[in-house]
Design a protein around this ligand. Sequence first.
Ligand code: ADP
Ligand code: MG
Length: 264
Amino acid sequence: MSAKQAHIVLSIHLRTAPEATEAALKLNSHTLIVQASRLRKTYHSASDVEALRGVDLDIVRGEMLAVVGPSGSGKTTLLNCLSGLDRFDGGRVVVEGVDLAQMSDRERTAYRGSHMGFVFQAFNLLPVLTAVENVEIPLLLQGMGGREARRRALDMLETLGLANRAQHRPDTLSGGEQQRVAVARALVHRPAVVWADEPTGNLDTEVTEVIVELLIRMNREGQTIVLVTHNPVVAERARRVVRMRDGRIESQRAGEAIAAAERT
Ligand code: ADP
Ligand code: MG
């Protein structure tokens, strides 16, 4: 088993292994990128909805984690609370050593912009901007100069096989191309975590494959990715799968790669 795989296995077992040595704990704290404990969130609409009922979850640097579970089980709420998109009511989220609850809305927004990348089901590209202009947004928000931002955005589009679409507006691109642009935008500023909420939900099988391969490739290059998906084939490709039900984590299991490593 490689060192990276060891970290992942460790993170899964740590909570159930109080005898873990101090050295192992130290190792673990170095590689954890997100630590959520007893996370709770209630929506107050017509009736109160307890969307998260005490979620504990650790995410290790460099892992690809799939979150699955029935519609309404709290997957999107979990992603939004872990990534700083949304506030939560109880518990704690520490990202790269930073306690999200301690931040003001303004700080959280700035932190999110520079440290997080997002891919949504509905692509969420700005319609009046070209592909390359959409991709350079996170870089410009970080204060990078226009010329350098343009260069990096074009590089990223090229990496994703979209060099010849750079000057296209979203409405002249196919769904798969739009989602690749959205992936480019999520990755371009090398965020700590890319959060993808059903990124292939609106795409056909063939295009889904392209997007998933892309995410896997980026993960192999070290990008931490958390992916919500309904698609069992997509989930199977992740290193670890967390299953939600009724606002709680029902089960976790290592994906194929880890299972194989544990067998050897
Ligand atoms: P999933 O992504 O797994 O489908 P969600 O996190 O979107 O689940 O939703 C979890 C629960 O919270 C559901 O019961 C949903 O109806 C409810 N919910 C989500 N967003 C809101 C909201 N803005 N206001 C009220 N209830 C919400
Ligand atoms: Mg959802």
